[in-house]
Design a protein around this ligand. Structure first.
Ligand SMILES: Cc1cc2nc3c(=O)[nH]c(=O)nc-3n(C[C@H](O)[C@H](O)[C@H](O)COP(=O)(O)OP(=O)(O)OC[C@H]3O[C@@H](n4cnc5c(N)ncnc54)[C@H](O)[C@@H]3O)c2cc1C
Length: 297
């Protein structure tokens, strides 16, 4: 199918985009990489009168790596992030997740911000943002800049707290201060590049004795929005996370889930996947943290 007719405008600056949204927000859509929006237009699930292209605004594509945080512009392309050496060292879970996002062709155009705002409950980048409780900076002409935590931003399938006159400007990820940090991302999809039936990601920090100092865990595809399980995962803090503790945690987390069932996977199968993936990412994250500890000695 072809999209319904629309007018196209390329914004040169963030201010231009926000000004246009202030007047036409209700009947306009921002377009960044178009990898989610264009299919929605072609299927006529959306019929905006205006498309405002923000994909070439250089100020929205910056990557800044500071000692305590990493800030990534909303329009940074996924392939740029996946190939970024500094990010591979400072925020490895992003690259681990990006390896699962669509295909090379979609990552060439797709942006971090587009994926977050699209808010598919099985998408990888929203899961990472929730796991690390990233901060999302939103800008509008009417209200200036407001910052939301990723854990409050996603409210349901394709649904967020963003207002129609707002543009997502940048995403800030905290850098954990512990020297020995490991992370992991894993998912099960019918074919590689498809949306996940279930997914999980974790980050673990350990001290010099190998005890868990801090842990974050999130699951995707098992609820209307990425599910933060960090409170349950905190049961690992203070002890050396062995297989028994990890398996018990994964079982407890999965037991509390009420995943959706559909054509692709029953609710029971998704729960079982979530348990397996949860244990897998925690083990892998712990192993990487231990590897970092060995290297540091
Ligand atoms: C074949 C195929 C396979 C795919 N597989 C996956 C997959 O496995 N995992 C996955 O997560 N995604 C997948 N996708 C979807 C897609 O790759 C991502 O969701 C995409 O990267 C979205 O980014 P974009 O820049 O293309 O967003 P766009 O399509 O340009 O925009 C998406 C939405 O976000 C809004 N938007 C974009 N940027 C901003 C901003 N800065 N501020 C406010 N609103 C904004 C748009 O208005 C629109 O509503 C796939 C897509 C295709 C075509």
């Amino acid at each position: 199918m072809k999209p319904a007719p629309f007018e196209y405008l390329r914004a040169d600056t963030l201010d231009d985009a926000c000004k246009f949204l202030a007047t036409h927000g209700a009947e306009a859509k921002l377009i960044a990489g178009g990898q989610s929006l264009v299919p929605m237009l072609a299927m006529r699930l959306l019929r905006p009168a205006w498309l405002i292209d923000i994909g070439e605004i250089a100020a929205l594509a910056r990557v800044v790596i500071d000692p305590d945080a990493i800030t990534i512009g909303a329009c940074a392309r996924q392939h740029v992030l996946a190939a970024h050496d500094g990010l591979a060292a400072a925020l490895p879970v992003l690259g681990q997740a990006l390896a699962w996002v669509g295909h090379e062709q979609t990552r060439n155009r797709g942006t971090l911000g587009g994926s977050l705002v699209h808010a598919d409950p099985s998408a990888e980048l929203p899961l990472v943002a929730v796991m690390l409780d990233a901060r999302l900076a939103l800008q509008s002409t009417a209200r200036g800049t407001r910052v939301l935590s990723a854990r409050e931003f996603f409210t349901g399938p394709m649904s967020t707290l963003m207002e129609p006159d707002e543009c997502l400007v940048e995403v800030r990820f905290e850098r954990w201060s512990a020297p020995c940090v490991g992370s992991a991302f894993d998912e099960v999809a019918i074919r590689h590049g498809d949306f996940a039936l279930a997914s999980a990601c974790a980050q673990v920090a350990i001290d010099a004795a190998g005890r868990c100092e801090r842990v974050a865990l999130a699951l995707g595809g098992v609820a209307g929005a990425p599910l933060d399980c960090s409170v349950q995962a905190a049961s690992l803090v203070g002890s050396v996370p062995d297989d028994g503790a990890v398996d018990a945690l994964a079982q407890a987390v999965a037991g509390g889930l009420e995943p959706p069932g559909d054509l692709h996977a029953s609710a029971e199968y998704r729960r079982s996947l979530a348990q397996t993936l949860c244990a897998r990412v925690l083990r892998a994250a712990c192993a990487r943290a231990r590897g970092a500890l060995t290297e540091a000695r």
